[in-house]
Design a protein around this ligand. Structure first.
Ligand SMILES: *Cc1c(COP(=O)(O)O)cnc(C)c1O
Length: 361
């Protein structure tokens, strides 16, 4: 088997151990005589996986299972852009949103359908190349929504805004479980699994039980957080296989030593890549100039001479590095180096960045 360095932004690289175990589960799960793809979601084999994955997720995030629950939903993080305001806003009710990029803007657009949106701060004035540090928050707002890591632009919140008594909500699709932060700062966190937590197909929604209890009742059952919380994410058929693989990723994180070990490795990886960019600053321009706001997960940069883009990408392919082309809306380059991305891959990229700059500078 040949494994290349996959810098894709999502779906993204997974730990090899996880893929190997999942491939066994595809053949047969728990000596049941059935594949994980075949077992009933109401049967004992799947049920054990479902319950264990929820418990493990809360444990890894350091959240009290008495106070928090975790839901496994379909529809991607994009569905949460609508579900959150649908469940908590109404005409005349205000939510604060911090606008830090394309995904945040999409969340804002959906929220406006259900209530009043106050954009408390925005970095749109500088192409979303920084994280705003001051916000005009609405006293008594229903919630404050942030995008913890801006996958397309390459910025990340490394300090959370102080929202006082107002519930803090996060789209953490691209940096959930990347750092050992205090997850109890959030009332609700959602994340499509396919960046840092597993394969596509499941969205994690981790929320305080008392917050879900305050959600509205007069909405379609399938779109209601209360429905999914009450039925333990079994109101309809859950994405069983994706949840199973998320469970394997969580066990892998625990086996590594938990989030603090994962974070230390992520810091090391990001330092290698940013270090090579900054050391060759005449040749490369990092999209995020201030190190304080740089993402540990998505390193965005440009070649100062865009005519060399094609050559750069072709040379990367020759070195078994794939997925470095930037998001189609912003161009340039992007190296996505999520939890499962190996340190050696970051070393290989750092070497390539330096060698390419020297050869073409
Ligand atoms: C990828 C991404 C999304 C969209 O996720 P889907 O699961 O494809 O809907 C939303 N927010 C952020 C921060 C993302 O990185």
């Amino acid at each position: 088997m040949n494994r290349i360095y996959n810098f894709s932004a999502g779906p993204a690289t997974l730990p090899l151990e996880v893929i190997q175990e999942a491939s066994q589960g595809v053949l047969e799960i728990n000596g049941s005589g059935m594949s994980i793809l075949e077992v009933s979601h109401r049967g004992k084999d799947y049920d054990a996986i479902h319950v264990e994955t929820r418990e493990c997720l809360l444990r890894v995030l350091g959240l009290d299972p008495e106070m928090y629950t975790a839901l496994f939903l379909g529809g991607g993080a994009s569905t949460q852009f609508a579900l959150l305001p649908m469940n908590f806003l109404a005409p005349g009710v205000t939510a604060d949103y911090i606008n830090t990029g394309e995904w945040a803007a999409k969340a804002i657009k959906e929220a406006k359908r259900f209530g009043t949106v106050n954009v408390a701060s925005s970095s749109e004035d500088a192409k979303f190349s920084y994280i705003p540090k001051t916000h005009s928050l609405t006293p008594g707002a229903r919630y404050v929504h942030i995008t913890t890591n801006n996958t397309i632009e390459g910025t990340e919140f490394h300090a959370l805004p102080d929202t006082g008594d107002v519930p803090l909500i996060a789209d953490a699709s691209s940096d959930i479980m990347a750092k050992a932060i205090d997850y109890s700062r959030f009332h609700l966190i959602y994340a499509g699994a396919q960046k840092n937590a597993g394969p596509a197909g499941v969205t994690l929604v981790i929320a305080r039980k008392d917050f879900i209890a305050e959600a509205k009742d007069d909405i379609a059952a399938i779109l209601s957080y209360k429905t999914h919380a009450k039925s333990d994410s079994m109101y309809n058929t859950p994405p069983c296989f994706s949840i199973y693989v998320v469970g394997l990723v969580l066990k892998w994180i625990e086996a590594q030593g938990g989030l603090s070990v994962v974070e230390a490795r992520n810091q090391e990886k990001a330092a290698l890549v940013y270090g090579a960019l900054d050391a060759n600053s005449g040749f490369y321009e990092p999209a995020v100039a201030d190190p304080v706001d740089r993402s540990l997960m998505n390193v965005t940069f440009r070649l100062r001479n865009a005519e060399l883009d094609k050559k750069f990408l072709a040379g990367a392919q020759e070195r078994q590095m794939d997925g470095l082309k930037g998001h189609r809306n912003v161009g340039g380059m992007r190296a996505s180096i999520y939890n499962a991305f190996p340190v050696e891959g970051c070393k290989a990229l750092a070497d390539y960045l330096t060698e390419f700059a020297v050869a073409n500078g």
